[in-house]
Write a protein that binds this ligand. Structure first.
Ligand code: CUA
Length: 348
């Protein structure tokens, strides 16, 4: 007679998996979904825990029952199996039990999903986020000069405690917008407008975001930040974004950089100057951003110079007129001047 394998390997694998989950989920990282900082992420975490607990209990019950049955009814010399047909009590039990489990998971989920379509707060901050290969554009309608839009790139700034409504679009291929500690993930689809779930950040800080949909060679290096500021700091940033930048001192590196930057103005905008290009990221107040190159490196003189000189030494960007050229033949001094000019623009 065939003998069933002993249940120990299954029990061991399950035990080790649960242990690994416990150890790994305790890791602290800037994208840890267990460390939430906005109402939307809190709701996702709550439902996640309800589902996790329900699934764990079901899994444990099945394993215990299976182990008990395997031991109790194992083949022994002289044992004869009892022949049974049907069991009404068992049928009723395993029909009702899953209904209970599904209700426990389903009711809070339905409440939460319904909440995502609530009307926005009266003082909601609206943002249009557009995905580009491989950077994020952020537009704040009505907050720019003369009531037009305000633009920035790769670092979204919002005030703490105010609801944020982000509309998502794409300029080329499908990207996905995800800031794990603030809100769930939503795709940015070309030719289609999606709405991120509205969220209200609960703490001041910088939160990591990244593109979560494969979008080409530099997908893994398409990141961003959400800076949650106090209302006063955020208002100061908005006001500074609307002021023309201070004119660099004549004869300075910054002044030389501003002249050289004229060659970049076909693609980039610096608010309040003649640079009004719309192909690449808006560089207004670049000196105040914490990162460069779509959130992948610290904003330092050295990094910005290296980035301008040859973006292809930092990211796998195809050599095509659609993307930023490399300036490997440009004199180092010119690039350093442009760096000085760009990094001198700060909140006032
Ligand atoms: Cu954009 Cu991946």
């Amino acid at each position: 007679m065939a003998r069933f394998p002993k249940p120990y390997p299954a029990i061991l694998i399950t035990f080790l998996s649960v242990l690994a989950l416990g150890i790994l989920s305790a890791c602290s990282s800037p994208q840890n979904t267990f460390d939430t900082h906005a109402d939307a992420a809190d709701n996702i975490l709550t439902i996640y825990i309800i589902v996790l607990v329900a699934a764990s209990l079901v899994g444990a019950a099945v394993l215990v029952a299976m182990a008990w049955l395997l031991i109790k009814f194992r083949d022994r010399p002289g044992a004869v199996a009892r022949q049974i047909h049907g069991n009404i009590k068992l049928e009723i039990a395993w029909t009702i039990a899953p209904i209970f489990v599904l209700l426990i998971i389903g009711i809070p989920t339905m409440f939460w999903v319904k909440g995502t379509t609530d009307e926005p707060d009266a003082d909601v901050i609206e943002v249009l986020a557009t995905g580009h290969q491989w950077w994020f554009e952020f537009e704040y309608p009505g907050l720019g000069p003369d009531g037009e839009s305000l633009f920035t790139a790769n670092e979204l700034r919002v005030p703490v405690g105010r609801q944020v409504a982000v509309t998502l679009e794409s300029d080329d291929v499908i990207h996905s917008f995800w800031v794990p500690q603030l809100v769930g993930k939503t795709d940015m689809v070309p030719g289609n407008t999606n709405h991120l779930q509205k969220f209200t950040p609960g703490s001041i800080g910088s939160f990591y975001g990244q593109c979560a949909e494969f979008c080409g060679s530099a997908h893994a290096l398409m990141r961003f930040r959400v800076h949650v500021d106090s209302l006063a700091d955020w208002s100061r940033w908005v006001a500074s974004m609307n002021e023309p930048p201070a004119e660099p001192e004549p004869g300075s590196k910054e002044a030389a950089g501003k002249l050289a930057f004229a060659g970049c103005s076909g693609c980039h905008t610096i608010q309040g100057t003649t640079a009004q290009g719309k192909v690449g990221p808006d560089l207004t107040l670049l000196g105040d951003r914490s990162t460069l190159a779509a959130g992948i490196m610290e904003n330092t003189d050295e990094n910005l110079t290296a980035w301008i000189k040859d973006v292809r030494s930092i990211k796998p960007i195809p050599d095509s007129p659609r993307f930023m050229p490399s300036f490997t033949t440009m004199p180092d001094e010119t690039i350093e001047n442009i760096t000085a000019y760009l990094r001198s623009s700060k909140i006032r």
